[in-house]
Every structure is written in C-alpha cells, then in structure tokens.
Write a protein that binds this ligand. Structure first.
Ligand SMILES: [Zn+2]
Length: 165
C-alpha cells in the first residue's frame, strides 16, 4: 500500500486538540486511535512495547490507520471463497486461514483478515490487502489440493480468489 495514496487528512474529525496544538506540517508520528499501528519512516508499523521511538519532543497525531478505516467503511481489497469444502477438513482449513492471517498481520499491521463468513457449505474470507488473499488461496491449494482461481479487478486493486474442492 502506498502511503502517499492514503487520504487520511479529510477523515479526521475536527477540531482535534492535537491538530490545534501542532498545526500542519509539524507532526513527527501518526498513531492509529483504534489499533496499535504507528506511522513513521513512510509506512505503518506495530507499536513497540517499550515506546522508545516516542521521545518527548516528538509530535503525535491520532487518526485511523488505513486498515482500521477500511474495516470501518466495510471495504476490502481481497476476498477468498472456498467452495465444496470437504467437511472433515473444514476446521483444519479454517485454522490454516487464521494462521496465514496472523502471520500477515505480524509482518505488516495493514495486512488483516477482516472477517470470515461461513454461510452454509461455503466460506468467504475478506482481507484488507489483496496480496494476503492471494497468499491464503495459494496456501490452501498447496495444503489441501483445491483448484485455485485468481481474478484481479480492472484497476488491479481488488482481487477475488476462489478455491474449489
Ligand atoms: Zn488501526
């Protein structure tokens, strides 16, 4: 995700104390007000336990990070659909999906599974990041031998991944 394309400024409710105090162009660190993500060095990171990067002279601004904003707006970049799931493998497959999601989130706080929907036989997994959906599809195919289909949208920003068993 290119941070330059994230338009967080218009979404900030005003007036905010931080903004009034710091003024524009004087912010050193941006923190998500919903999760533990911190924006510095041009990308989002998990907040470090020791908070060492926040020395007192740093100016902090609170916003919603792009992933939290996307979840709030009920948007997604990737969706994985699992069809004709073998029932005896259902739990195992779900565990794999959750583990891939956890790994993705650990590597990049913007990569998340938003929701796993289980209407009947089918399972749908929504992700904040398109590549995470592709990785989930590939891992399931590799482990459980499904047929994998990947369809990118015209703008290549969203992806629909389908694994059929
Ligand atoms: Zn967040």
């Amino acid at each position: 995700m290119n941070p330059k394309e994230t338009k967080f400024a218009p979404r900030i409710p005003k007036p905010r104390k931080e903004e009034a105090e710091f003024g524009p162009g004087k912010i050193d660190i941006i923190m998500c007000k919903n999760c533990d993500s911190v924006y510095y060095k041009k990308s989002w990171h998990h907040r470090l336990e020791d908070h060492k990067q926040f020395s007192e002279d740093k100016r902090i601004k609170f916003i919603l990070c792009p992933a939290c904003q996307m979840i709030k707006d009920k948007k997604y970049e990737g969706v994985v659909t699992l069809e004709n799931l073998p029932q005896e493998k259902r739990e195992e497959i779900l565990n794999l999906v959750k583990n891939v999601g956890k790994r993705g989130f650990k590597n990049d706080p913007m990569d998340r599974i938003i929701e796993i929907k289980k209407p009947g036989e089918q399972i749908e997994i929504f992700t904040t990041e398109n590549k995470l959906a592709v990785i989930i599809g590939k891992q399931i195919k590799r482990a459980f031998k499904g047929k994998l289909e990947i369809k990118w949208s015209h703008q290549e920003s969203t992806v629909r991944v389908k694994v059929t068993f």
